[in-house]
Write a protein that binds this ligand. Structure first.
Ligand code: ADP
Length: 777
């Protein structure tokens, strides 16, 4: 390396640095620099290149340039348009500026080569080099650049100075930092400096990478969506659906403009329409919003039918459509009368309770007809989840509104008659309280602001006239019951059934099947036969079915045999319906020991409850079989104790509880029966079996019994007597306390059946055991 001072043309570099052993390509335009090249080319092509402190300085003087630069060889140059030159130089060695010579047309300098100080210790040198190597590789990897060749080249480089310069030239650091690296003469110091720079650069690259990944993710997601949307547009254009979405949106906006809505509802709908605009029509989310908008805009926010409050008309409609049911009709007329007086009347909730098929649903329909309101029915039987009433939140996949909101949307008016059928059959053993939701729906204080989870805004239910039905009140919770006015609809007598069939069911079925007047005549004997021999029910549902079946068969016959008309009598009924299912007098007309007819009452109406007792030799066991509930089992045990305590009275062996087994059986157990009204029946059957005395076959009984033999009152007397009447029973023994209920028993029944009210079990036995009355009285 030359130690003497040399004079060389100088080029000040702006914003660039050059290191020894590096090639550098740059353009020059300043006259003095072009002249410097020319001079160098005239000599040995050597030139001194040194960086300016500020890249903006146009005509640098001595103070504007650094002290250390690089002596280079010009490898190539070419002229560019506009008096510019593109030069390729290669760095040779570091040199210090000794004297700055600003000649008019060119800058020259006296320069002296810089002596470098290498690391003496080989191990130390290697240590530094390895660290630097590792860090540089790490940096390159992070920067994600493929510089395998450079790495190989570096690993083979033995000269520490060259090694450092290669890295220095490569690093994307500022010119002043590069200048610093150029000026450091100690290799060790230079390596340390490089390690510091690399460490910092690695951190910088890491952060940059992180940021860039984030940005990239965002950009690519939105770009992807953008492109997809654009593609979709093109597809839609091709398919001619271009404006479908636009039309849909306009439609929603139009609808929104047409309905007068509460402010918050309006805001909510506007929000959803805007969301739909942003999301677009074809995403899953878009279709969720559309369904929501269809629902909420389809609700009858202000649509009301006008009530017909004409009482005469109402009475006429109710009578035209239903036989009897006076209580219900009266209650409805009352409601209308009060409504006429005060428009603000809160709708009371009527609960119609009674066995199936007695016309609860259809009278509710008649209420709607008489008022001129729409009718909607929903069955609550088996409803388990609160959401069925109140809806699912919209965020659920496949969320739908609750039944109330759906029903109102379907019916299209805000004030229909809404029948909540089978409110006693709401499932109670499930999460989410269905009853709570119902309370809210039925409570006139709360239902003004009913909020369905799906539509998520308040909807006023106070205009709806709710009517509920139930088979029994036993399973309805107290709070719910408190909100309702219970009207009992009981089963029908044969006479009533006949009237209903003649005046309502037959004409209804005929109309349904479009039978012309006089084409089919169903005579009285036919109807009575169907009622007595083919149905045994509290209501008239089966009766209606059988009538329909008979009429269908007649129509077939008319068509097949080309007949003009058919008159249906009892024989035709038998021909059409096959063998009789029940005989009117189903009773076994024989007095028996240990067999007693009790009476039961379930949600399905009244029924007979035969009790059989058998006594056998044994050791005092009491066995119970048949479908008995717990209450009935308790009743049987109490009865057993009563009999033991009163053996003397009935001539029963005192020791029977030691040497006889008693078996109580309740056959015909299809419907589980329970309740406290079978006490007297079981005692009577036990006494009969133990004392070997017969029971009158035509006597039925109902009543609970205490250990001392008192007979306690029971419920459902009307239904029970209807059942007894259907069976052909002649006498019913009832608790004295139920005497007051006899006023509700239809006359036809009272004419056919003798009711005997009793206070004590002895009186039951007196009236039931064959031959007793003679002994007793
Ligand atoms: P529920 O709701 O009590 O179970 P429905 O209302 O379904 O009974 O009645 C069953 C059928 O019997 C219906 O077709 C109904 O019109 C008819 N019906 C019931 N009671 C009467 C009645 N009193 N007068 C006329 N038709 C009746």
């Amino acid at each position: 390396m030359e130690n003497q001072i040399m004079k060389l043309p100088l080029i000040p570099l702006r914003g660039l640095s050059i290191f020894p052993h590096m090639a550098l390509n740059f353009d020059i335009g300043r006259k003095k620099s072009i002249e410097a090249i020319n001079r160098a080319m005239d000599e040995d092509q050597k030139i001194f290149i040194i960086s300016q402190r500020e890249s903006t300085t146009e005509n640098p003087t001595e103070k504007d340039i650094y002290n250390v630069g690089c002596v280079c060889t010009i490898k190539q140059f070419m002229k560019l348009p506009g008096n510019h030159l593109r030069v390729l130089v290669e760095g040779e060695y570091r040199a210090k500026l000794v004297k700055y010579l600003d000649e008019d047309d060119c800058i020259s300098a006296e320069v002296e080569a810089v002596e470098e100080l290498d690391i003496e210790d080989k191990t130390e040198s290697e240590g530094y080099k390895n660290s630097l190597n590792d860090m540089f590789i790490n940096y390159l990897e992070l920067a994600g650049e493929e510089f395998k060749d450079l790495i190989v080249e570096l690993e083979e480089e033995e000269d520490n100075s060259v090694y450092c310069d290669v890295i220095s030239a490569f690093l994307p650091v500022k010119a002043d930092v590069k200048q610093e690296l150029l000026e450091i003469t100690s290799i060790k110091e230079r390596m340390e400096k490089l390690l510091v720079i690399l460490k910092k650069e690695i951190e910088v690259v890491k952060v940059e990478k992180l940021i860039s990944n984030k940005v990239k993710a965002r950009v690519s997601a939105s770009q992807k969506e953008y492109y997809l949307r654009e593609q979709l547009k093109v597809i839609q254009e091709e398919l001619g659906e271009e404006d479908e979405f636009g039309r849909e949106i306009a439609n929603y906006e139009k609808k929104l403009g047409q309905i007068k809505l509460p402010k918050d509802v309006k805001t909510k709908i506007e929000f959803e329409i805007n969301r739909l605009k942003n999301i677009g029509p074809s995403s899953q989310e878009g279709s969720v919003i559309k369904t929501y908008l269809d629902t909420i805009l389809g609700m009858p926010w202000n649509k009301l039918t006008k009530d017909n409050l004409d009482l005469t008309n109402a009475r006429k409609v109710l009578d035209e459509e239903h036989y009897g049911l006076e209580d219900v009709k009266e209650r409805i007329i009352e409601y209308l009368a009060v409504r006429k007086m005060s428009k603000s009347l809160k709708s009371p909730i009527v609960c119609l309770v009674g066995p199936p098929g007695v016309g609860k649903t259809s009278i509710a329909k008649s209420v709607a007809n008489s008022l001129g309101r729409k009718f909607v029915r929903m069955s609550l039987g088996g409803v388990k989840d609160e959401a069925e009433i109140r809806g699912h939140r919209k965020t659920y996949v496949g969320a739908i509104p609750g039944r109330i909101v759906s029903a109102l949307k379907e019916v299209g008016y805000k004030n229909p008659v809404c029948l909540l059928d089978e409110i006693d059959k709401v499932s109670k053993d499930y999460k989410g309280n269905v009853e709570d939701a119902l309370l809210e729906v039925l409570d006139s204080e709360q239902n003004k602001t009913f909020r369905d989870h799906y539509i998520d805004v308040e909807f006023d239910l106070s205009k709806v006239l709710f009517i509920t039905t139930a088979n029994t009140l036993d399973t309805i919770s107290r709070p719910l019951l408190d909100r309702m006015e219970v009207i009992e609809v009981s089963g029908y007598t044969t006479e009533e059934k006949y009237e209903i069939a003649k005046k309502y069911l037959v004409p209804k079925v005929m109309k349904e099947y479009s039978v012309e007047d006089g084409q089919i005549i169903v005579n009285e004997s036919a109807l009575r036969t169907i009622i007595d021999r083919y149905t045994r029910e509290s209501g008239v549902r089966n009766l209606e079915r059988k009538i329909a079946s008979v009429i269908r068969k007649s129509i077939t016959e008319i068509i097949e045999s080309n007949k003009k008309k058919i008159t249906i009598n009892s024989l035709t009924v038998k021909k059409y319906l096959g063998s009789e299912l029940y005989s009117y007098d189903d009773l076994d007309k024989e007095d028996k020991i240990g067999v007693v007819t009790g009476l039961a009452w379930t949600g399905y109406g009244g029924d007979t409850l035969p009790v059989e007792v058998a006594v056998m030799d044994g050791d005092g066991k009491l066995q119970l079989t048949g479908q008995l509930g717990d209450v009935m089992k308790e009743s049987a045990k109490a009865g057993y104790s009563y009999v033991r305590a009163h053996c003397d009275m009935y001539g029963i062996d005192k020791e029977f509880y030691k040497n006889k087994d008693i078996h109580i059986h309740i056959p015909e157990g299809a419907i589980p029966k329970d309740g406290p009204s079978a006490g007297v029946t079981m005692v009577t059957a036990m006494v009969s079996a133990l004392s070997n005395r017969k029971i009158k076959y035509s006597v039925a009984m109902t009543g609970e019994v205490t250990l001392t033999g008192r007979v306690l009152p029971i419920g459902g007397l009307k239904e029970k007597s209807l059942a007894a009447y259907r069976m052909g029973i002649k006498t019913i023994i009832i608790p004295k306390a139920n005497e007051k209920d006899l006023k509700d028993i239809p006359k036809v029944i009272k004419n056919r059946i003798k009711f005997i009210p009793v206070e004590k079990i002895e009186d039951v036995l007196k009236n039931a055991l064959v031959g007793e009355e003679k002994n007793g009285n």
